[in-house]
Unconditional design. Sequence first.
Length: 204
Amino acid sequence: MTPGPDRMRCLELGCGVGRRPSGWLMTDLDPTDDQVHLDVTEPFPIESESFDYVYSQHMIEHLPFESGRFMVRECFRVLKPGGTMRIVTPSIDFLFRLFSSRESTLVDRYIKWVTKEFAPNAPRPLASIVFNNFVRARGHQFIYDRATLQLILEEAGFSDIRERQIGQSDQAKLRDLETIDRLPDGFLELESMILEATRPPAGL
């Protein structure tokens, strides 16, 4: 894989049908015409220290745990020293909140929507139905909490690991990347955990 110089700085994994401005190398297991095939469970066919940024949105949870660890190690390898990875994934904490935060209008709306969309034969909207659908019926393999995701980032060599909000980053290239219109208003924020992690600069 030898992307041109204008596409070397930013790498996105598991793009789906998303699009980015110039400067992004967009990859997917089943790529569209403007994307490149990449299986993140195999060694990336990319030179080490090639990219300034790596981005992944709601993809690592579709991998078994060991494959997720491997992907993170490969992301570290292809990042330049000082480069940043931004990873967005559902948080297992949000699933627990479905049972403890029923006073939340957003949570109630989410439970009703998921039941209607994915479990229309359920007797009524229930947190237990939403929980089981999320972990069993949507292709998910491993749902992370922050401690576990931070652990695999740290063991890969990342440092300065920080939690972010949807669309927000200290790095301009990593702002407003999340496709918030893929779900009803507020749902992506409810589901998601976002961590940014840095490959330490050379010599540190």
